[in-house]
Design a binder for this molecule. Sequence first.
Ligand code: PLP
Length: 396
Amino acid sequence: MIPQPPLHPDSLLLHADDPLHDGTSVTPPIPWSATFTAEDAQAFARMASEPMHERYYTRYGNPLHRRVARIVADLEGAATGLVAASGMGAISTVALGLLAQGDRVVAQRNHYMGTTKLLSELLARFGVTAEFVDQTDTEAFARALERPAAMVMLESPTNPDCSLTDLAAVATLAHAAGATVVVDNTFATPLNQRPLALGADLVVHSATKYLGGHHDLTAGVVVGDAAMIERLWSTQIVLGATLSPMDAWLLLRGLRTLSVRVHRINESALTVARALAAHPAVESVSYPGLASHPQHALALRQMSGFGGVMGLRLRTGYEGTARFVAGLRLAQHAVSLGGVETLIVHAAAMWAGTLDEAGMRLAGIEPNLVRLSVGLEHPDDLIADLCRGLDALPAG
Ligand SMILES: *Cc1c(COP(=O)(O)O)cnc(C)c1O
């Protein structure tokens, strides 16, 4: 064999999963089956005992699971990976697969809400303690990691405010404390940030977001070394967060265009962020790609692009922010992010039933904060839509 140069990510997205050059269809068939037949008793015994077998029972594996995991593992520079029915399916598999009673986790004050609840509520019931530190403060991690920890859970940029964690520095501190370093790389995608190269042991994704990219499926992925992934697989088959073969097929299809989507979204989001930052009705824009982001130097060091998500603070209160969000035409008012359609959410609206404006301020939930996930619309159209809404806000 002539040695081949390593493929660029654009090509890996199309070829890492090794399509068969055997006259079969270019797109894979959907192995739409919960179970697979064995040729004979010996083959059956092998299927039943071999870890991560892809044609035994779909909860144990499916050929499309394998193909999707291969692509994400290659993009992240990992040996192998595992897919799950959602991002939380992957994250809970990691936590329950690696932690035991008495273990200590160090995590960020700011995480995806499901991760925070998993660590602070569910795992607490099983005797796992978690300490949450300000992720922008590496010294705070150093103090928390003066004592041994089993796991350090990281996520950068975060939701909804796009603050960053110094992944390389914290990974070094974590390893010195004996911890496994897990990074949720959902917001960045493997095209903009590669945590394993910065020292992480495992990378998780909500593939519901950029990897799938079309707001039509939920899925999760975890990648890492072979021994750890096999251990997580043995946990996953009892937890049962199994990705449906149809959703695995949609995810594979979404992944084919990840590179063009992410590069275009990186460019559009920077254009939109700059335009919004210049609008008088905007108090601040938190986007790692802007020089005004307090951690912009870190962003340049550990990211090669800045993604599509930004936090906006408007010069208005709860009602004005709610009217702004509801009045947009192109930016749709819905949770989730990372897809082809631009989505926007009013962070405080999630708490509107339980807290008044003063209560939200006390709890640190600013009533004027929105999260914008830029999609594939033309940036000029998005800017026009957003500025029309901003122009309509009462001055002040
Ligand atoms: C959405 C999200 C999750 C959870 O993923 P699901 O697919 O909704 O289960 C985890 N982490 C981050 C950063 C997310 O944005």
